[in-house]
Write a new protein. Sequence first.
Length: 117
Amino acid sequence: MDAFFSFLKIATIGIFALIALVLVLLAIPQTRFKNTLTEILAWFGFLGASGLIASPVDLIPDFLPVIGWTDDLGYALLALVCGYIGWNQRRRRLTGQPAGRQLLLPFFSRDFFRVVY
């Protein structure tokens, strides 16, 4: 039982450290350091969420039919979003594009539906 509580203490400290890192990341201005750190965190988020999909440990047990799969679906969506953010940051870094705001999906922009004759 002591091993469980020491693990729980370490996990809690790690979670709070990650939250503090994300808050610091949000507070610093747009710099190369922020872009690199965002890319690294996105790839770690992708790997972590992908590992949780394959993990037998679940928030909701899978033996409950549709309800049990919702946490796996959430992990899959989180992995997709983190992978997209990491890939997009890497593409911007390698092509030298500025790290401005970009829409997640291109068809939400005003110009997507404009018909050019």
